[in-house]
Design a protein around this ligand. Structure first.
Ligand SMILES: Cc1cc2nc3c(=O)[nH]c(=O)nc-3n(C[C@H](O)[C@H](O)[C@H](O)COP(=O)(O)OP(=O)(O)OC[C@H]3O[C@@H](n4cnc5c(N)ncnc54)[C@H](O)[C@@H]3O)c2cc1C
Length: 640
């Protein structure tokens, strides 16, 4: 479904209002490019909702009632249009805030990721053309409806799927890997943000919770999240292993076998702490932490020969140096070299189950149906798509899709005197666990992450085009402290009626919100100690402060926090992003409360396994990749 002509007209006017330059100019095709993005949203319901919303914005009576301006949007003056949109942005009605954020995010991200546009704010874009690296894997070409058979079919090729595929192949099994994303390697890493989001992120980077309260970022390319992730490779913390063993009755998590799996995957992907040269962002983090006397440490990373130079800030769009040891260049190459067949652009729609036994999967590659018959089906499509696939396949376990943990992330940002150039330097190198355990293992980490124009556009509050533009222009001097919260209470994945597309519902609990507030105060303190000029948050209303000195420092921060409280903690008030989705097919000791048993078998269905982040019993509290890989490594042994 594409937008109706009436909705398109309004969208053009909205897009122009959101990003017009000082002279009121916008690229003439911006509205149409945003409309094209809307047409790629995975859910029909979301597209229809936006169409309706845009048409409502052009009804004078609606605007009179909601914004006090008795005109259709397209007939308002520029300042009336800004006033109208502002009233949506900060409305007390959640649906209006949701609608505003949908339009603001789409428009500003499309605009600032257009090649060349961000040059005006000092962002250079890609630093060089990609190298001509050959592609060592030869995926199976599908040109007609096809039936294949094998010992084991693996759905998804990320941290979980890549490891399982390689381990089963190494043991002599005939393995087929089906991956929804395409095969992109160093030669395709253009480092153009818009293109990277569209080609390597799930739903082109547009996935969010149903209420848009959380942006859901996950990889969708051969190698999954491991290709675009930030290389941080923490082992599962002992306290979390203990919790999973004790509270979830899964003793193996504390055993030598799981330790061996952790060591094996860390060795294959070269985890080390020798590549932690601090970026400009990390220097700010370290300076602040040291002045406060708070903990900081080097991040373990899965890199070999990482140059840790300016280009490394673009690693979230793929590492051109082949230094990041993603499954693409490790486990999947191992598997392919030993004969595993890999099918890309292959969307698995269903697991076929007969008489309580999994017999294979049904998938699509473009127009063609692909049927795979297999003795074992291993689902590793990530924590959003694995439960969705099982639900589409008729699996009905009470815990399926529930307990979804997301490590809700946000950031406190600051304008600095120095040129931080927050898109450059080692992608992540340092962290702080000062507040990792505020209560029974729940708390938060501080890390940094590269800030390219798309994230700055998402984060920057919008009160007018001029104010948003001004914030964008400060990008080169912006520093950020990222907050990674270990969430205790989860959300849920279901599927919608049209097409079985996943729908994610998640609300930050009161408990987790308390930790988030503590995190925001702490991050602001770090930035203050590091010499920040002005500190701000990614909230719908602009809430900033200039750090005071001496006794007034505490006062200024406390006053700011009270204003943050007033700006609100609800959906689409504070920007939350999830980079880590977990626990939606959790492992446990009982079919009533979990989806897979201790050997990764889906309860009640023979030959069906799950081996990805969705099997975590709860949030890992650390960046999850290594834990996913260790679980998958052990699962391969069980499956064999
Ligand atoms: C920007 C970003 C940065 C991150 N940084 C870090 C980090 O520094 N350290 C860390 O530990 N973690 C990081 N993560 C998280 C980490 O990458 C994930 O937790 C991990 O990859 C999850 O592994 P998985 O196997 O569950 O899923 P994924 O790695 O996401 O793989 C799932 C794969 O399944 C495919 N798929 C989905 N549905 C289907 C279907 N129906 N048919 C076929 N294929 C399908 C997807 O396309 C995808 O390729 C980051 C994530 C993001 C998005």
């Amino acid at each position: 479904m594409t937008l109706s002509p009436a909705a398109r007209d309004v969208l053009r006017a909205v897009a122009a209002t959101l990003v017009a330059d000082g002279a009121g100019r916008v690229p003439p095709d911006l509205g149409d490019r945003v409309a094209q993005k809307i047409a790629t949203l995975p859910r029909v319901a979301d597209r229809a909702e936006l169409d309706l919303l845009l048409r409502l914005l052009d009804v004078a009576a609606v605007n009179l009632l909601l914004s006090g301006i008795p005109k259709p949007f397209t007939r308002m003056s520029p300042s009336q249009r800004e006033r109208c949109l502002r009233s949506w942005a900060t409305s007390a009605i959640p649906q209006r805030r949701k609608a505003f954020q949908a339009l603001k995010r789409l428009t500003t991200v499309v605009h600032y990721t257009t090649p060349g546009v961000a040059r005006a704010i000092g962002y250079p874009g890609p630093l060089s053309p990609p190298p001509k690296t050959p592609k060592p894997i030869r995926p199976v070409t599908i040109t007609a409806d096809t039936t294949l058979s094998c010992d084991a079919v693996v759905v998804g090729s990320g941290a979980g799927g890549g490891v399982v595929a390689a381990e089963l192949t190494a043991a002599g099994k005939d393995v087929i890997v089906l991956e929804k994303g395409g095969y992109r390697n160093e030669a395709d890493f253009t480092h153009q943000e818009g293109e990277a989001l569209a080609t390597m992120y799930d739903a082109g980077g547009l996935l969010a919770t149903r209420d848009l309260g959380l942006v859901v970022l996950q990889g969708s390319t051969l190698g999954g999240g491991t290709v675009i992730n930030y290389t941080t490779s923490f082992p599962t913390p002992d306290a979390v292993r203990h919790e999973w063993a004790q509270r979830h009755a899964l003793p193996h998590f504390e055993g030598a076998e799981f330790t061996r799996s952790l060591a094996a995957v860390a060795q294959r992907i070269g985890v080390n702490t020798d590549h932690a040269r601090p970026s400009g962002r990390d220097q700010v983090l370290i300076r602040g932490l040291e002045r406060l006397g708070w903990h900081h440490g080097l991040l373990p990373r899965d890199v070999r020969g990482c140059p840790q130079d300016d280009s490394c800030g673009y690693c979230g769009m793929g590492c051109r140096h082949g230094a990041k040891q993603s499954t693409l260049i490790t486990y999947l190459q191992d598997a392919a070299a030993r004969g595993a067949r890999i099918v890309t652009n292959c969307d698995v729609r269903q697991v076929t189950i007969a008489g309580g036994v999994a017999t294979g999967v049904e998938a699509r590659v473009g127009q063609h149906a692909v049927t795979v018959r297999a003795r074992a089906v291993i689902v590793a499509a990530g924590s959003v798509h694995s439960p969705a696939l099982l639900l589409r396949s008729g699996v009905s376990l009470p815990a399926l899709g529930r307990h979804l943990a997301l490590h809700p992330a946000t950031a406190v940002l600051a304008d600095m005197d120095e040129e931080v150039q927050p898109w450059t330097g080692t992608i992540q190198a340092h962290y702080s666990d000062q507040f990792a355990d505020l209560d029974s293992g729940y708390g938060f980490k501080f890390e940094t992450a590269p800030l390219h124009p798309s994230l700055q556009a998402l984060a920057a509050p919008w009160e007018s085009a001029a104010q948003h533009r001004d914030r964008m222009a400060k990008l080169p001097r912006t520093a950020l402290i990222g907050i990674l919260l270990r969430d205790r209470f989860g959300g849920r994945v279901t599927v919608d009626r049209d097409g079985g597309t996943p729908v994610v519902d998640y609300r930050l609990s009161r408990y987790d919100r308390k930790h988030l507030r503590r995190a925001i105060a702490g991050a602001a303190e770090v930035l203050e100690a590091a010499g920040a000029r002005e500190i701000w948050l990614p909230v719908a209303r602009t809430v900033t402060y200039r750090p005071g000195v001496g006794v007034s420092a505490r006062h200024a921060r406390d006053d700011w926090l009270r204003r943050v409280d007033r700006a609100g903690w609800g959906p689409n008030e504070l920007l939350l992003v999830t980079f880590h989705q977990m626990a939606s097919c959790r492992m446990g000791a009982r079919a009533r409360t979990s989806v897979v048993d201790a050997e990764n078998r889906v309860w009640g269905i023979r030959g069906l396994y799950v081996a990805d982040a969705s099997t975590f019993p709860s949030a890992s509290g650390v960046n999850p990749m290594l834990t996913v890989m260790a679980i998958a490594h052990r699962a391969a042994g069980m499956i064999l």
